[in-house]
Design a protein around this ligand. Sequence first.
Ligand SMILES: [Zn+2]
Length: 488
Amino acid sequence: MALTDGRASHYCHLVGRRELTLGLAAVLLVAAGCGSPPRQAILITIDALRDDHVGVRPAGDSLTPELDRLRADGVRFSDVITSATTTMASHASMLTGLRPYRHGLTGNDGALDPRFVTLAGMLRTRGVRTGAVVSSFVLRSQGGLGAGFETYDESFDLQEQTRVGQRVKTPAATTRAALDFVQRHRRESFFLWVHYFPPHGPYTPPPEYLHEHGKVAMASTSQPLAISAGNYERGKVPKYQELNGIADADAYRARYAAHVRYVDHHVGQLLAGLREWGLYERALVIATSDHGESLGEHDWYFCHGNLVYQEQARVPLLVKWARSQSASGRSSIAPVELVDVMPTVLGFFGVPVPGDPDGRDLAALLDAPRITPDRVRITQSTDGELTAVVLGPVKLIERRGPARLVEGTYPQRQLFRLDRDAGELRDLAPTEPALVGTLVGLLPRCRQPVRQQGLAGETREQLRTLGYLDGPSAGEPCGDAPDAPPPR
Ligand SMILES: [Zn+2]
């Protein structure tokens, strides 16, 4: 790997200058590795996209033909959980390779402690151009995720329909900004993170998508739901999701599906741009989501961040490596967590992974002789109030504190067998105390290890108005999750 420090691309530019002698130019070319093609990686995060809405559905159709094309050129990981069901916390885990209880950003509040060097920061010091395009105010640069990015596009062109003060980017604007970065740096090594806001609620796709995918809404016979006065209330439509007085759950589900189809089209435009410039084949492209979305499971509707059940924890993950590393069209059932994004991107650039991250390079899994089911995975809700450990087919959920975003009566511990009970409906905790004890021993002993950076009062107030801050959060002394027990 030629890009060993930040001077490399500078030297590459120098050799193009006429005043250099031929000999000096040749020396610089070799030293900087200018002869090797640039390496380019794009991380696409699609907010609140459920895994079961990606790919061909049982009825034979697909809401995501563009992501399906990407999948055909790469690998689909089918057993993937996020490290947090909250937007900021999840993205911070992707960019640091650490779980929220280690990097300390556990909700949409606060900011990432600058002592955590992000993926972008590591690559930038090695001469890789770094850019981000984010599409929601929640991912504001004040939250610290902009660290290491030379450009961090947080301009917004749309006022959200239901929440005053919530500014977002339309997917067309997201793609435009991303392609602008790509065009400027297409001859250089770069890492670009592109965040799309849909299908995050409120589900407001353009009418043509509703006509195509909203048929369910017309034929719905589901019971009408009440509208909640807040954003987290069991059995009700969250206030910010309410659209035109609609009370029919199936109508919202159809809108969510249409929103998925809408964002997929615009992701396709981004990939088409890469193909047009001849960058697609040799680029690393990762497409995933920060968390899922409850669509009525466990009687929770159109929300995320408050639970760690699979409907919120499970996410899609498609990885297309450069052609030389290609494993086109493969699927992997290896247990994966979103903290794996950082080591995977670093591995692509040939950069050693520093420290002791929670994630691992997914490229290593491609050639693994067999899947290792003993991996301990952890996911958590906002501020770690609910924390889950997943080991093979078993999953333990522990409530830590009052669980403000759920209910005071939420069970202390729940145990599920995901292979026999994918819907997490049969709590085995009362009958499996030994297994519960083993899994409790694998949980991190804390909710957040470091003091969160203070938010400016105005920003805090804005987040509170939007319903992102529903109460105080509390930390506890922290220890790390122990390693997995040896496989039996
Ligand atoms: Zn999100």
